[in-house]
Design a protein. Structure first.
Length: 301
């Protein structure tokens, strides 16, 4: 018997008539009769006796009933499992993230994911771009959220957010509005490392404008730059996500010169994403969009 034969047989058993089975299957009554007759022809015996009182299951059909019921129970279990997989339940996702994005983006995203997918599990690791790339290449994680940088050929980088870096000043700084890179250099600009994704942008724009910062400090961790400004060690330039964490402690203003950065989703070309990973990516995009919409509230007048 083919699966369609079994489906019709089960529907007739359940409904007690061909017309009832047609309603259950959402097909026409002749369609049910045709499939049932074809099944009986292939089997070489009848499944139902046609009587004036209706269809009565034959002894042969009755012998088939336990196996048919077991099959449909298994099919139902497959459907339920497929729905769970679609929702991301029972799946484990390994995510890498840049430190700043881990604090501002991934933390609320994971809260939303746990609320929406209680059966899913996530492993989050923060690190720098090179470390995240190596972990992806070694299949240690499913995807990574990072600041834009040139990736190897084995990886796919999807740009999902763009903005400009902002300046961090002490809370009591008298300057108002946008500040220039020249002004920042004159006021002890704390430098990002040149090999850093944001540091590459900052150093390039400084060179293009013929500027040389006076500070001898080169810092890789963005939050450390903010903490240095907070401690009175100078001024800094960071991404909007790091700046957002210090909105009540520091003065945050635009920079006259454009210092563009982007956020990317990094993954392997040969590693399809699970449903749980796709859901997480969707939540990440939504959170970045929300933070982008709220950008006006970040900058001090």
């Amino acid at each position: 018997m083919r699966l369609r034969h079994i489906e019709v047989f089960q529907a007739v058993l359940q409904a007690g008539s061909v017309s009832g089975a047609a309603r259950l299957l959402n097909v026409s009554q002749p369609n049910v009769s045709r499939v049932l007759n074809h099944a009986e022809q292939q089997l070489g015996f009848t499944l139902f006796d046609r009587t004036p009182q209706g269809l009565i299951v034959t002894p042969e059909g009755r012998r088939l009933m336990p196996e048919v019921e077991a099959l449909f129970s298994h099919i139902q279990a497959i459907g339920e499992l497929a729905e769970q997989l679609r929702q991301g339940e029972g799946q484990h996702v390994r995510i890498g993230s840049a430190h700043a994005l881990g604090h501002s983006v991934m933390a609320p995203v994971l809260v939303d994911f746990r609320r929406q997918t209680p059966g899913g599990s996530v492993e989050l690791v923060t690190g720098h771009f090179n470390t995240l790339s190596q972990d992806l290449l070694q299949y240690k994680m499913d995807f990574a959220l990072a600041f834009g940088e040139q990736a190897t050929q084995e990886l796919v980088a999807e740009s999902i957010y763009q903005a400009n870096m902002v300046a961090l000043l002490p809370k009591n700084a008298e300057v108002e509005g946008p500040v220039s890179l020249a002004w920042l250099c004159e006021n002890d600009l704390l430098m990002l490392q040149q090999q850093d994704p944001l540091g590459q942008v900052l150093n390039r724009v400084l060179r293009e404008n013929g500027l040389m910062p006076h500070s001898a400090l080169f810092i890789k961790t963005y939050s450390v730059i903010a903490d240095m400004v907070l401690a009175g060690g100078g001024v800094g330039v960071v991404d909007t996500f790091t700046a957002r964490r210090y909105v009540d402690q520091l003065k945050i203003v635009p920079v006259v010169e454009a210092l563009p950065f982007e956020v990317i989703l990094l993954s392997r070309k040969d590693q399809p994403a699970s449903q749980a990973a796709l859901k997480l990516k969707q939540l990440i995009r939504r959170k970045l969009w929300e933070l982008g919409e709220d950008k006006r509230g970040l900058l001090n007048p």
